[in-house]
Design a protein around this ligand. Structure first.
Ligand SMILES: Nc1ncnc2c1ncn2[C@@H]1O[C@H](COP(=O)(O)OP(=O)(O)O)[C@@H](O)[C@H]1O
Ligand SMILES: [Mg+2]
Length: 176
């Protein structure tokens, strides 16, 4: 086991796709395996590190770069970092891939239809009526990753199956 090796597991996907759910399952699994773990969840980051930022492309990119920077500091000290933010723009994700050496991108894929059906936080309803503007997938862009290390299909898998796929990839990449 590679207990000392830090890395950044970077989730990207629509709201309600399953980033937070899978990140918590993985946290438990990684802790069991003796890793140090930190989750940087988009919602929490926006309450703290990025309080005051909005949802323009510029603000979203600043938010994502901050998450990437903190992830870099932690990962280089041996922490398994899981980031769970929509991170809709490809260019800034690729920028972080270049800055953070040990980087594993996970595309948390889920059909927009299924995300709307789930509507975990009731936000799609508000986005579809126009009450919320600049909502990713509805009224703001989402750019799929072109070469992610892992793709999970949460409209077809259970959260446990999705988490297991990611663990398998981390083993293959020699992080576990
Ligand atoms: N394979 C899966 N992976 C993750 N979540 C899933 C999966 N299948 C169904 N779900 C459900 O989808 C919802 C995802 O919500 P959440 O994790 O908050 O999304 P996000 O953090 O991406 O906005 C949860 O209610 C979860 O139980
Ligand atoms: Mg979430």
């Amino acid at each position: 086991m590679n207990q000392e090796k830090g890395f950044t597991l970077w989730f990207t996907g629509l709201s309600g796709a399953g980033k937070s759910t899978i990140s918590k399952i993985l946290e438990d699994e990684l802790l069991k395996r003796g890793k140090k773990v930190e989750i940087l969840d988009g919602d929490e980051v926006r309450e703290n590190l990025s309080k005051g930022l909005g949802f323009s492309k510029e603000d979203r990119d600043i938010n994502i770069k901050r998450i990437g920077y903190v992830a870099k500091l932690l990962a280089r000290n041996g922490v398994a970092v899981i980031t769970a933010a929509i991170s809709p723009y490809r260019q800034v994700r690729d920028h972080i891939r270049n800055e953070n050496k040990e980087f594993v991108e996970v595309y948390v894929n889920c059909s927009l239809y299924q995300c709307i059906q789930r509507d975990v936080k009731g936000l799609y309803k508000k986005a579809l009526t126009g009450e919320i503007k600049q909502f990713t997938g509805v009224s703001d862009p989402y750019e799929e990753p072109l070469n992610p290390e892992v793709v999970v299909e949460t409209h077809l898998e259970t959260p446990q199956q999705s988490a297991a796929k990611i663990i398998e990839k981390l083993e293959q990449l020699n992080y576990l």
